[in-house]
Design a protein around this ligand. Sequence first.
Ligand SMILES: [Zn+2]
Length: 95
Amino acid sequence: MAGNTRKKGTLRPDTTLAPVEEPEAEVYVRGLPGCCLRSFKEAVVARGDDQRLAELRCSSCGRGWKVTSSLDERVVERFDTHGGTRATDGTYPAA
Ligand SMILES: [Zn+2]
């Protein structure tokens, strides 16, 4: 964890999320409604709490989102990723 000098609050664009009620309706993080995007960023940059989140719950509109895939290590550390498609770094065992 030491030496994290990367810009805070900047998320990689290749994170995808899906509404809890609509797992098929996957969107990229930038496609989130503004309030949900804000809640997501807050959740990712929040510190002092090791607990992983099963889903994002927007504090404004109350919508629930599951992270389906991400190559952003801060997102992966913070959220359980669902959907079975782990980061495509070649280490995921072939079916
Ligand atoms: Zn929202």
